[in-house]
Design a protein around this ligand. Structure first.
Ligand code: SF4
Length: 358
């Protein structure tokens, strides 16, 4: 099975920019960006990040607002903050050199067993296993594992299966499956083949079993269980949340506020807003707490955004302010400077609409 995967990967590996390097820093950034985010979305973000912050020393020294700006739109901003915390540890503990010791990589903020395994196998070609959503799907189907992969024992079994595959790959001479013009070794190729198979062939819906390199080994296919696996249990029920946001202008300036440091999306920027409960509608004085004496509100746009289990709707309203008074925490910013601030994903969409309408 391992040889089939390596042979298939050699022919079918997508040419992704982070596959042209073995720089552990570059691979780490790609792995963190790829969590919860599609490859095609990540490519321009990764390329820009690597141009602007090419190593751990540059990342450690960058102002947080610049880091968040480079991340703007990817969401889950804790990932960006943890990258910077980890870069600072790399500078302090390892003089800016990415650690080569697995436990040291695992100890970095925001790095779990999966990310450490990915960096260790891809950058250093070491036989460390990886297990993400794609690999879980492939392995539960290959072995027709009926139990929920989130259960502790099942999850540990999957880690062992992944470990056994990469250990087998490590024992095969690298030259046998070497990808032309590539520096990728077998441990790297095996782990990436599992991820690639899950992303492109063994997909959640309508997997392409006819094209699959490991179909002779697949128990789910033999038992006609492909569509039922993996068994991830009942989906979490989505929670709806509604907000009303104010896009207030005073001359050339726009009213915005920075979120506090102890909440979700800490220190990102947004338009002042209020959460609406069930039947609430927006009243003329709904935004008086942010700035007084507004012109009548005009409906501007509606943004829908999903994050974890939340389905968020933001209704934005425009108004002119008679004075430049602003509540604590709110500031009037020249319109031309708005694009330099890192905004939350939903409010970045409102900002784009504002630019389009100007
Ligand atoms: Fe997945 Fe089908 Fe391949 Fe089995 S045969 S691993 S279900 S794509």
């Amino acid at each position: 099975m391992v040889s089939s995967l390596l042979r298939w990967f050699k022919k079918n590996a997508r040419d992704l920019p982070w596959r042209r390097t073995r720089d552990p820093y570059a691979i780490w950034i790609s792995e963190i960006m790829l969590q919860q985010t599609q490859v095609k979305t990540v490519i321009p973000y990764w390329e820009r990040w690597m141009r602007e912050l090419p190593d751990a020393t540059a990342l450690a020294a960058a102002p947080e607002q610049r880091v968040l700006k480079l991340w703007e739109g990817l969401g889950y901003y804790t990932r960006a903050r943890n990258l910077q915390k980890a870069a600072r540890s790399i500078v302090e503990q390892f003089n800016g050199e990415f650690p080569r010791d697995f436990d040291a990589v695992l100890a970095l903020p925001g790095v779990g067993r999966y990310t450490a395994g990915a960096i260790y196998s891809i950058a250093f070609n070491q036989p460390a296993p990886i297990l993400d959503g794609n690999v879980i799907r492939v392995l539960t189907r290959l072995h027709a594992i009926h139990q929920n992969p989130r259960e502790k024992q099942v999850n540990e079994r999957l880690w062992q299966l992944a470990a056994s595959l990469v250990a087998t790959a490590a024992a095969i001479p690298n030259s046998e499956f070497r990808i032309p013009n590539s520096i990728t070794g077998n441990c790297s190729a095996l782990n990436q083949s599992l991820m690639e198979l899950g992303a492109t062939v063994c997909t959640p819906r309508s997997p392409k079993c006819g094209e699959c390199p490991v179909r002779p080994h697949c128990d789910a296919l033999a038992q006609n269980l492909v569509e039922q696996l993996p068994n991830i249990g009942a989906r979490t029920v989505a929670t709806q949340r509604r907000f009303a946001a104010l896009v207030a202008t005073h001359g050339d300036r726009v009213l915005v506020r920075q979120r506090p440091g102890d909440v979700v999306n800490a220190r990102l920027w947004e338009f002042p807003n209020v959460e609406l409960t069930n039947g609430d509608t927006v009243a003329p004085n709904s935004f008086a707490q942010f700035t007084p004496r507004l012109s009548p509100l005009a409906s501007f746009c509606t943004i829908r955004h999903t994050i974890t289990r939340y389905r968020i709707t933001v209704e934005a309203f425009r108004a002119d302010a008679e004075s430049a008074r602003a509540a604590d925490g709110c500031v009037w910013i020249p319109r031309s400077e708005l694009e330099h601030l890192p905004f939350t994903s939903a409010h970045a969409k409102i900002r784009s609409k504002l630019f389009e309408s100007s």
